[in-house]
Design a protein around this ligand. Structure first.
Ligand SMILES: [Zn+2]
Length: 497
């Protein structure tokens, strides 16, 4: 592939607070001339590990080229980014970008629809496909010259309550780059896992405890909210469910507007009831932290990486009757990552240690595909090469083994800054002259009979071989000619020996 490159996602690492939180952009261009090196940036979805560095890259580093993402991602990303900015400020860190930076960055974004084909420049064509995972998430198909590839971002091969499953066409690919977060996990029934979560929450509030659910404003918050709201209705529970900030209420508004991107079930019931009109959910006031009585609170950010959820955690964790539910996967470096059933004390920052006496529940459902889903997608697309990203090394190594031995495909999991090179298929289009086509019409049948059995039918094979001469003329398309035509054109005589 010559010339420019594509940047797929522009994320940040949630576990770091120094320069390591962002990609090392000097690897792309030492001089900072990013516009001449990149043909575009493609953002798959609004999660910070996929978009967190974008305002920094455009507004601080100065990238000014095209950026593509789906309509919902463009609508929701500013909320995520500003929420993260507030957490940084709240932690007393230097602000990396302002709210104005976020808005200016978003002005440079071109929004695209699922399955909309976009010709970015003369060499590059892109097309998004529905990925499940979070609202607006997309996998991107891209072709550069003859090379074709898909980059998945994060995806889910099974539908959840508010989103559908990933959907993609059977494409002819040189390369598939797939996430592998749960590369070595096969998940059991989702229904059982949801019941387990509901039971833990119900037990806690029935005993007068408080439940803290740290989540990001978008995604899991809506999924769990639909689940809890339905359960509250069915069980006729009166315990209040709160959202920590106006932000999440605002996010729910977006979900209502972007209903066409949600699951079939949500769309089907839309006529009678919008699934994002939560009956039992109200907004939370800071003074309620110390209010007596049970409650359920959704607080941002997820993984207890700082901000309001961490503040509430400090107050609620020391009480035995309370419950904290955490996602199955928390980034290393976050408080969420340090907690387990056996934790009794945790350092939340360098001066504060918290006694943890509450119960900890790990949510075992997540909007990522599991091992089976990854294998299904790889098998369905059967690309010539597979690159695994977004996973732990031991899981990727295990998956690579399965992909190579069971599917016979080349598989790689390069580390940061490592380059993987492989040839792509080149198709050359050529015209064919009429006499060349005529010359290839005469069949050359061969009859074969299996002599080992009497009853075997005779097989007919067509063994025709066609010969022509590929000609190239300046400024003209390639053409295949019959040899006699070439003789005529060049004025050469036909000599038989
Ligand atoms: Zn994600």
């Amino acid at each position: 592939m010559n010339g420019k490159r594509i940047m797929f996602d522009c994320g940040m690492h949630m576990g770091y607070a120094d320069h390591r939180r962002y990609p090392d952009f000097s690897r792309i261009s030492k001089s900072g001339d990013f516009d001449n090196v990149l043909s575009c940036i493609i953002i798959t979805h609004f999660h910070l590990d996929h978009i967190g560095a974008l305002p920094y890259f455009t507004e601080v580093c100065g990238y000014n080229g095209p950026i593509y993402m789906t309509y919902p991602t463009k609508a929701l990303a500013p909320l995520m980014l500003d929420d993260y900015r507030k957490v940084m400020v709240g932690r007393g860190e230097e602000q990396q970008f302002t709210n104005e930076n976020i808005l200016n960055c978003m002005k440079k974004v071109t929004a695209v629809d699922i399955k909309q084909t976009v010709q970015v420049d003369k060499d590059l064509l892109i097309r998004p496909y529905y990925a499940g995972h979070v609202l607006g998430a997309a996998m991107f198909y891209a072709t550069m010259g003859d090379a074709a590839m898909v980059y998945t971002g994060d995806y889910n091969m099974t539908p959840d309550r508010h989103l559908g499953a990933a959907q993609i066409d059977r494409l002819h690919l040189d390369l598939l780059i797939t996430e592998s977060t749960y590369g070595k996990t096969i998940r059991d029934s989702k229904y059982a896992r949801e019941r387990e979560f509901l039971k833990a929450v119900h037990n806690c509030v029935a005993n007068g405890g408080k439940v803290l659910i740290p989540t990001f404003a978008l995604g899991r918050a809506q999924e769990l909210c639909i689940l809890l709201d339905d359960y509250w209705e069915r069980m006729n529970l009166k315990v209040p469910i709160y959202f920590s900030s106006g932000l999440t209420i605002q996010a729910n508004l977006y979900y209502k507007v972007l209903i066409s991107w949600t699951s079939q079930k949500v769309k089907d019931t839309y006529a009678t009831r919008n699934a994002f009109n939560f009956k039992n959910v109200q907004s939370f006031e800071r003074s309620l932290i110390h209010a007596p009585g049970p409650c359920v609170l959704f607080a941002t950010p997820g993984m207890l990486s700082g901000g309001f959820s961490l503040e509430v955690f400090k107050h609620w964790a020391p009480c035995e009757s309370n419950l904290i539910t955490l996602p199955g996967y928390c980034v290393a470096g976050t408080v969420g990552h340090k907690l387990s059933d056996k934790t009794t004390k945790v350092d939340v920052d360098k001066d504060t240690q918290i006694d943890v006496r509450c119960k900890i529940h790990r949510l075992s459902f997540s909007p990522h595909t599991d091992e089976k889903g990854i294998m299904d997608l790889v098998k369905f697309l059967s690309p010539k090469n597979v690159i695994l990203v977004h996973g732990e090394i031991k899981n990727m190594d295990y998956l690579k083994g399965r992909i190579e031995s069971e599917l016979g495909l080349q598989c790689y999991y390069p580390s940061n800054n490592e380059t993987v090179t492989f040839p792509t298929t080149h198709f050359v289009k050529a015209d064919a002259s009429a006499s060349f086509i005529r010359s290839s019409l005469t069949p050359n049948f061969k009859f074969v009979k299996d002599v080992t059995t009497e009853t075997a039918p005779v097989q007919v094979l067509d063994e025709r071989v066609t010969q022509g001469i590929l000609t190239m003329e300046k400024g003209q398309k390639l053409k295949i000619l019959h040899e006699d035509e070439v003789l005529t054109i060049t004025g050469t005589e036909h000599i038989e020996v």
